[in-house]
Ligand binder design. Structure first.
Ligand code: AFP
Length: 336
């Protein structure tokens, strides 16, 4: 094994020197990195540490919290509060903004501490997702208003995937890089530099049990994929569904694909299923930075103006040509 490896710390320092920066990103990401390592450890110990099962409470979304949801949330809050980089934080698990006492930081952190947590008890991959925004001048970091910025304003975003290995995938707006946790040494090592998504793909991911709720545009797309080489697409498609967005996005980053969780007739009143600020925006930033495309079907995801912290949205992201095709189908459906 080569010891001439680039760790996440090296990478951030190199980036800092290259940009002539002040070390802001290094500081911002240090505590997130530690939080992800700690969560990885807890996920990995699973039943041995009594970490599986329900916590016995509901979160702000009205969903049953798992023990690991609660633990991961506490780890994220604690580690990032101690570091003092953030003026305020918002978590998918909390109703309002988490006030950071005495914080001098100029940044805001949004996170989903454990996404895909319904998969925990069956030992399928889960992940953490985060998004970093600047604190706008003149706004109180404990106010929801400070956080309600469209995704284009993110300064960094990433996720940790707790899978067969633990990875941290990151963008600071100049491409996407993936780091694998060396569990023995305790460091993230750059293993997937400059991740790029091919523009074309033969693979899609959607929860097909929701077909009866889909809009015609989504139904048409999936029908055409299923028809394979006998249909209008003239080639066969493969389908995957993990039910952990982090795992799906990671697969798309590694080998292309399109991921759909569209707004449909059943979830439309809420805006969709996935959360704009904690899931859609950070993932859309990563996908675009890797050369892919991310959309609601009718609008670029990163341009959606949030109106509330826990807003939900339809999500279509991945290989650029397939997402563009889905947008075209929505346009045709709308008579545009
Ligand atoms: P949980 O965190 O409640 O498991 O939700 C995961 C998620 O938000 C996202 O990661 C998945 O892509 C999606 O929901 C799975 O949704 P279905 O339960 O409809 O498959």
């Amino acid at each position: 094994m080569s010891y001439k490896r680039v760790t996440l710390s090296h990478f951030l320092l190199q980036e800092q020197r290259r940009r002539g920066g002040t070390g802001t990103f290094t500081t911002l990401l240090t505590d997130i990195r530690t939080a992800c390592k700690m969560i990885s450890h807890e996920v990995n110990r699973g039943a041995l540490a009594g970490n599986l099962g329900a916590a016995g409470a509901e979160n702000v979304q009205g969903e049953q919290q798992k023990k690991l949801d609660v633990l991961a949330n506490e780890i994220f809050l604690h580690m990032n509060e101690l570091g003092g980089s953030y003026a305020g934080m918002a978590s998918e698990e909390l109703e309002g903004v988490h006030q950071v006492h005495g914080a001098a930081g100029r940044y805001l952190l949004l996170f989903d501490p454990l996404d895909g947590s319904s998969n925990i008890d069956v030992n399928i991959s889960v992940g953490s997702i985060f998004s970093i925004l600047r604190l706008p001048d003149g706004l109180d970091p404990s106010s929801e208003q400070a956080f309600l910025q469209p995704g284009v304003q993110q300064v960094a975003a990433g996720y940790a995937l707790y899978g067969s290995s633990t990875m941290l995938v990151l963008t600071t707006g100049e491409g996407v890089n993936g780091f694998t946790l060396d569990q023995n040494v305790g460091v993230f090592v750059l293993t997937h530099p400059d991740m790029r998504i091919p523009a074309d793909t033969d693979e899609y991911a959607v929860n097909a049990s929701r077909e009866r709720y889909w809009e015609p545009a989504v139904r048409r797309y999936v029908e055409e994929c299923k028809a394979g080489k006998d249909g209008p697409r003239g080639r066969n498609f493969n389908m995957r569904w993990v039910a952990s967005m982090v795992a799906e996005v990671h697969r798309v980053l590694c080998r292309g694909g399109v991921f759909l969780y569209p707004a449909d007739s059943e979830n439309l009143a809420k805006g969709g299923k996935l959360r704009l600020m904690y899931e859609a925006n950070p993932m859309a930033f990563i996908i675009e930075q890797a050369g892919g495309r991310a959309s609601t079907g009718r609008q670029r995801l990163l341009e959606v103006q949030p109106t509330s912290l826990h807003q939900r949205v339809g999500v279509i992201l991945g290989s650029a040509n397939e997402v563009a095709r889905l947008e075209a189908y929505h346009g045709e459906q709308d008579g545009r």
